[in-house]
Design a protein around this ligand. Structure first.
Ligand code: HEC
Length: 185
């Protein structure tokens, strides 16, 4: 009996030593895994707050959709204004795609705003729905101006883009709260 116990002692010690070194190893390799995981989580949460800044405050689907439409217009317009300003090289293919984007998105403005939906963080003015006809006309004008964008050459773009910007801005001045001087937000 005593003998057996004595024999077990080194065995137990050995096992506990093994256990410790195993733990140690697990913790160390775990840490090696945890570090990149933490970095990833941090990056994701930072991205999350950035996305939240524009989207989480708006919950209504219609308000979200109409703002997404506007953001799309802003992106297309920026592509073109960057070329005109010389921030990017003129690219006829990209310019043509941006022009098409603007024609189709300005054509959807009236549809996106038809329902009278409001949220505290929306910048839409209630006059949109009391002066619906005028709002619709501004959207039509914007679509016509988008069609008149000349995307075939830089000179053409330079001549035709100001009218587009003006069309965006004039509607914002009447129907958007806190109108920005530059249409592109
Ligand atoms: C017929 C009116 C009208 C026209 C034309 C128009 N907008 Fe808007 N736009 C609005 C209104 C109203 C809002 C505010 C929407 C809201 O906050 O619910 C808005 C909001 C925006 C926003 C902010 C979106 C956000 O996420 O808060 C941008 C950017 C924008 N418009 C860009 C443009 C550009 C670029 C054009 C021209 C190609 C344009 N808009 C043409 C009415 C118009």
């Amino acid at each position: 009996m005593e003998k057996e116990q004595e024999d077990n002692v080194p065995d137990q010690l050995d096992r506990s030593r093994m256990f410790h070194s195993c733990c140690h190893h697990a913790i160390r390799s775990g840490l090696r895994l945890i570090a990149p995981c933490l970095a990833l989580l941090l990056a994701l949460s930072l991205l999350g707050t950035q996305l939240d800044a524009g989207s989480a405050v708006i919950t209504d689907r219609y308000v979200k959709d109409r703002r997404a439409l506007m953001q799309g217009q802003k992106a297309a317009l920026t592509t073109l204004s960057d070329m005109v300003a010389g921030r990017t090289l003129f690219d006829a293919r990209l310019a043509k795609a941006a022009r098409r984007d603007l024609i189709s998105s300005t054509g959807r403005i009236a549809k996106r705003f038809r329902k009278h939906r409001m949220e505290p963080n929306s910048h839409a003015r209630p006059e949109i729905w009391t002066q619906w006809q005028d709002f619709g006309q501004r959207a039509d004008t914007a679509r016509l101006t988008a069609k008149q964008i000349n995307s075939r050459s830089l000179a053409g773009l330079r001549r035709s883009l100001p009218a587009m910007m003006q069309a965006c801005q004039s509607c914002h001045q009447s129907y958007r709260r806190y109108p920005n001087r530059a249409i592109t937000h």
